[in-house]
Design a protein around this ligand. Structure first.
Ligand SMILES: Cc1cc2nc3c(=O)[nH]c(=O)nc-3n(C[C@H](O)[C@H](O)[C@H](O)COP(=O)(O)O)c2cc1C
Length: 364
């Protein structure tokens, strides 16, 4: 079974649903000695099959270390059952999006059931391809899913944002916990979408809180950008650092031009924009670059997750085509100003050098 200690550098390139994870990105991360991930939450079985087949081919051609997809993590959301709210509420949510008054060509239609993909169907290509790792966000998978993964020798991890969630993950028999700090870009992986109480712990405090009570390996996520950051969380007790924002600006990522620009060094004024939490794009709390959409939608009506995500889908797709960063969900972690751009090989080389430097400085 996959072991974090087998990685040349304790780095997990984070799953990022929505087109950022590509076979090229995954293969390059594995070739450079890390664990690569795919965010397959909104994917189709056909696309998952195609992505994993292409990744396997790229790795075979490169003669990369490890066999097949042993250093690939397939990631899914655990969606909660959801119902379309009353017609009056849906009408207000649509009216609110129309009030943005965009001179754009997209249709806003009431989302139809099923509101999210069937996990059992999405997992079918996973059981055939058998990547080394399977992770879940927003909650625990069914016992039968965990058992099947274990029967096939697949290592299972689940996101925790609190000690309470991590204990549930441990009790459920998972193999590791992905501790997600408040700095993290993208959706906050809390189990309860409606929870009013969230400890909002930063990654250092979360790892510190988990360490005495959790015996499972802990992967730290949130705001980690450099080899020094990786070393810091390892010293605090994590086995690896899961990095999302740090990989968005790599040559091999599938990020939109606007997403890349937000990280580009030439966009000084954009780089000063803060990241904020919003429910406006998907209905669930996620951290991204504060743009016009987030600002204008701040006090509006949203449908529950992921119905709001489906509702805003055509708008977001139009924004990507029109290169309108102000209407895309530009998920970024709070430390995005420290993210770098370049090829995965260069990034991993730099992270390794910085990690070694941090290690050496401890010996002095
Ligand atoms: C663009 C983007 C998309 C993300 N999508 C997912 C996802 O599909 N599944 C998941 O478990 N985490 C997802 N995350 C969260 C990451 O797993 C991780 O917690 C986060 O990237 C860590 O913070 P950082 O971005 O500061 O490195 C996403 C993060 C970003 C930035």
């Amino acid at each position: 079974m996959f072991k974090f200690s087998d990685l040349q550098l304790p780095v997990v390139q984070a799953p990022m649903a929505g087109g950022i994870n590509t076979p090229e990105l995954a293969a390059a991360v594995v070739q450079a000695g890390g664990l690569a991930s795919f965010g397959f939450a909104y994917s189709s079985p056909e696309k998952i099959d195609a992505d994993l087949t292409q990744t396997r081919n790229l790795l075979e051609q490169s003669g990369a270390a490890g066999d097949g997809l042993s250093r690939i993590n397939a990631n899914f959301f655990v969606f909660e059952p959801v119902q379309l709210p009353a017609k009056e509420i849906v009408d207000v949510a649509i009216r609110d999006l129309k009030s943005l008054n965009l001179d754009a060509d997209f249709n806003l239609t009431i989302p139809q059931a099923p509101y999210f993909p069937d996990l059992e169907v999405l997992l079918e290509p996973i059981w055939r391809h058998r990547p080394g790792v399977l992770t879940f966000h927003f909650g625990l998978p069914l016992v039968s899913v965990m058992k099947k993964a274990h029967d096939l020798g697949i290592c299972v991890g689940v996101t925790a944002t609190s000690v309470r969630e991590a204990l549930l993950i441990q009790d459920a028999g998972a193999d590791f916990v992905v501790a997600q700090g408040i700095e993290a870009g993208g959706h906050r992986g809390t189990f309860d979408a409606q929870a009013l109480h969230d400890d909002m712990l930063g990654i250092d405090d979360l790892v510190k809180a988990l360490k005495p009570v959790i015996s499972l390996p802990i992967v730290a996520a949130g705001g980690l950008m450099t080899g020094g950051d990786i070393r810091r969380v390892i010293q605090r007790g994590a086995v690896a650092a899961q990095m999302g924002t740090a990989f968005i600006g790599t040559t091999e990522s599938g990020a939109s031009p606007a997403h890349r620009q937000a990280l580009g060094t030439s966009m000084a004024q954009v780089k000063t924009a803060p990241t904020v939490f919003t429910r406006a794009f998907s209905g669930r709390l996620a951290r991204g670059l504060e743009n016009e959409f987030i600002k204008k939608m701040a006090d509006k009506t949203y449908l529950p997750f992921p119905i709001q995500n489906t509702l805003t889908g055509p708008l977001r797709q139009w924004a990507v085509k029109a290169n309108q960063g102000d209407y895309q969900s530009l998920w970024l972690g709070s430390e995005y100003q420290r993210a770098r751009i370049g090829s995965v090989a260069d990034m991993m080389k730099l992270l390794t050098e910085e990690y070694q430097t941090a290690l050496r400085s401890e010996d002095i």
